[in-house]
Write a protein that binds this ligand. Structure first.
Ligand code: LLP
Length: 435
């Protein structure tokens, strides 16, 4: 009913904002602010949407790996285990987190573009299921260390298909000048494949690519699939190597503003599936198992951040500020990418949003902006609650202790109940590492 509600888990009752059907004012009273909320049903719904769309497109020859960099903590790993997802992890910290939560090692893909020898040893000893190898140095180290550990890990090579995903530069990863992976155009991908096939202590299973994040066009995935399948066909001709897995990465966009397009995941996947089936037949290659590794689109809409207003300042003719009790330490995405967000007055939902404000944080720098040009009631004042929507991805996972601020807790909302999944940092936590 309300165009302000950009996802179906947001609503209001009188003056109060509801999230996953729960009263945000009560939640803020119970857990304090700043506060990350996460709607567990939404996370599970997204996992299932991906899996059923992939099943419809590829039968049983598919895998969906949640990119845990979007939000990694123990309860999330337990959800992913229950939903039969695979995991894309990018550091030994993520691996340790998900393994401690009981996530099965054989369903873990270990990415990351500059693994140290220590990382490699950790991954081998943790028995992660698959490796995504990003550079020749990593391939050589992995081959050498695997021999010492007496194992033969399964690997994919990360290729750079040379695609511009039309997203913001900091999250475009598949262009030819990218720091990631082996370029196809430059011939590195070919050389790496040749070398991987010679390495005695790794088993090459296939190829990976990821063109960028916050992508809204299925064409981008189809173009990268085309380049990857052409490469796979050439590799088959030249080396007789049959690719078993093709990972097309993550990157599906989500809505941050009511004006953003509403992505239809099922349709995207249907189109990608049709294309891959047709193209594999045309190239005369067996269709590999197809992987996607979405992060943002699994968790973004499941998140909301609540803040309490401290200061409201009007600078006549120039700007109005609303200052909240969090900021760039818990959400750096505007400061880093000028990322848009929908901001709502959680305690004044029944008033007209006729004021215009820049919502800023409590950190000591002018760039600490949560969002400019926000419409809020002109009555907004100290003590009000402000909600920032769609914060489930890359907010907690990119949070810092800048200005020595403790990180907020993550409270899960599930079946009309709430519980703490990550507790609020305390001053003791902050001081713990100082010697
Ligand atoms: N696979 C690979 C290899 C990736 O590098 C990424 C994201 C993903 C999957 C998941 O992409 P997603 O589905 O979440 O778009 N911090 C930025 C996003 C960086 C994404 C990095 N890689 C942000 O806050 O927008």
């Amino acid at each position: 009913m309300h165009s302000r509600f950009i996802s179906d888990n947001i609503s209001s009752s009188g003056s109060r904002l509801l999230f996953a059907g729960q009263d945000t004012v009560r939640l803020a009273e119970k857990y304090g602010t700043p506060l990350y909320l996460m709607d567990e049903a939404k996370i599970r719904e997204q996992c299932r949407t991906y899996q059923s769309a992939m099943h419809a497109a590829f039968g049983s020859r598919y895998r969906v790996a949640y990119a845990s960099k979007a939000a990694a903590f123990a309860h999330m790993a337990r959800i992913m285990k229950e939903e039969n997802m695979y995991l894309d992890t990018v550091s030994i910290g993520e691996i340790a987190t998900v393994q401690k939560a009981g996530f099965p090692s054989e369903r873990i893909y270990f990415h990351s573009n500059n693994k140290t020898d220590d990382d490699i040893l950790y991954g081998l000893r943790s028995k992660v299921g698959y490796w995504v190898v990003d550079c020749l140095e990593e391939l050589e180290s992995l081959n050498r260390l695997a021999a010492l550990e007496n194992v033969r890990p399964d690997i994919l090579l990360r290729l750079t298909p040379g695609i511009d995903p039309h997203t913001f530069a900091a999250v475009a990863t598949g262009k030819v000048d990218s720091k990631f992976g082996f370029g196809i155009e430059t011939g590195y991908a070919w050389e790496a494949t040749k070398r991987a096939l010679q390495c005695e202590n790794v088993r090459l299973l296939g190829f990976h690519c990821h063109v960028g994040s916050q992508v809204f066009e299925s064409d981008v995935f189809i173009s990268s699939a085309k380049i990857m399948l052409d490469f796979i066909a050439k590799v088959k001709d030249a080396f007789g190597f049959s690719t078993q897995q093709l990972d097309l990465g993550g990157g599906f966009g989500v809505r941050y503003l009511p004006t953003d397009p509403r992505p239809d995941l099922e349709q995207y996947i249907r189109e990608i599936g049709r294309y891959i089936t047709k193209e594999c037949a045309a190239l005369g290659i067996e269709q590999p198992v197809i992987l996607l590794e979405p992060g943002r689109s699994i968790v973004a809409e499941a998140g909301m951040t609540l803040y309490t207003v401290g200061m409201v300042k009007n600078i006549p003719g120039l700007i109005n500020y609303v200052s909240v009790d969090g900021g760039m330490a818990d959400n750096i995405r505007y400061a880093l990418y000028s990322a848009p967000y929908t901001v709502l007055p959680a305690t004044r939902m029944d008033e007209p949003f006729t004021g215009h404000y820049t919502v800023v944080g409590r950190c000591c720098e002018s760039g600490d902006i949560i969002q400019p040009n926000v419409s809020l009631p002109e009555t907004v004042r100290r003590g009000d609650l402000i909600a920032v929507c769609t914060t489930g991805a890359y907010n907690y996972s990119m949070a810092s202790n800048y200005n020595r601020l403790p990180r907020p807790p993550i409270v899960m909302l599930k079946n009309r109940e709430s519980f703490i999944a990550v507790r609020r940092e305390t001053l003791e936590d902050l001081l713990r590492l100082d010697v």
